[in-house]
Design a protein around this ligand. Structure first.
Ligand code: BTN
Length: 241
């Protein structure tokens, strides 16, 4: 595993992709930054993180046998690797809010942005961007955000947390075969935030209530609406929590 550390950059995902275009990088190259001035989140949002207090890094992972349609399997495996690492740190109330926000109770402690590159019908590689709120204690204007430190009262050594997370990621991402895939889908559903609970969502401009039953193999949210099973892609639905 090669770890490249930089002080400040625009976004570790962008920086890693630029480096890849210039030079051949080995599998599982990690690029980590103390500070991002253009941190990117899901759905075109920004990722804001207090410099020096948190982890912001990206991991390059090559694939040989993964079908492009399995892209969400990788996303599930990454979420579960983070849950496993956080469990090792004793973080309470862990769950995964679809598609891949890692939660402690009702607060988000970690966000993931995966950018996949396809080669024909196969997944060639993924740039897995991860932002972990580690020691930040002030989240003004972000009522649903928290950090590892706020949930346990411990101030963490950033390098040790990075180490633990990278080990867990490496373990969870090697040789995902069919047997492991089944297990990943099962455990991911088990870890789902608000699963089997009635919740409100915005669907096509309307507020509707439903019960989350799971996430399909393609990554769609499976909702029970008055006994009727419906599936939704990320752009079609928003949580109202
Ligand atoms: C989200 O929850 O919206 C995803 C946030 C992902 C943030 C990480 S920080 C490291 C990497 N570089 C980026 O620009 N984004 C990801």
């Amino acid at each position: 595993m090669l770890i490249i550390k930089v002080g400040a950059t625009d976004s570790t995902n962008l920086h890693l992709k630029r480096t890849m275009a210039e030079t051949e990088l080995q599998d599982f190259t990690v690029l980590t930054a103390d500070e991002q001035h253009k941190g990117r989140g899901q759905a075109g949002r920004q990722w804001i993180s207090e410099p020096g207090k948190n982890l912001t890094f990206s991991v390059l992972k090559y694939f040989e046998k993964q079908e492009a349609s399995q892209g969400f399997l990788i996303s599930k495996a990454v979420s579960l690797a983070l849950v496993e690492a956080f469990r090792g740190l004793g973080i309470p109330g862990l769950s995964v809010k679809w598609p891949n926000d890692i939660m402690s109770g009702s607060k988000k402690i970690c966000g993931i942005l995966i950018e996949n590159t396809l080669k024909g019908s196969r997944l060639a590689h993924s740039v897995i961007g991860i932002g972990i709120n580690v020691n930040q204690s002030d989240f003004q204007g972000l009522p649903h955000a928290s950090s590892l430190s706020l949930t346990t009262g411990i101030v963490y050594d950033l390098d040790s947390v990075l180490d633990l997370v990278l080990q867990s990621l490496e373990k969870n991402l090697v040789n995902i075969d069919r047997h492991q895939a089944r297990k990943i889908h099962e455990v991911y559903d088990h870890m789902l935030f608000a699963r089997d609970k009635k919740a409100d969502f915005r669907i096509g401009g309307e507020v509707v209530s439903g019960i989350i039953r799971g996430v399909s193999r393609e990554g769609k949210l499976i909702l029970d609406r008055d006994g009727q099973r419906e599936t939704y892609a990320l752009k079609e639905i928003a949580f109202l929590l």
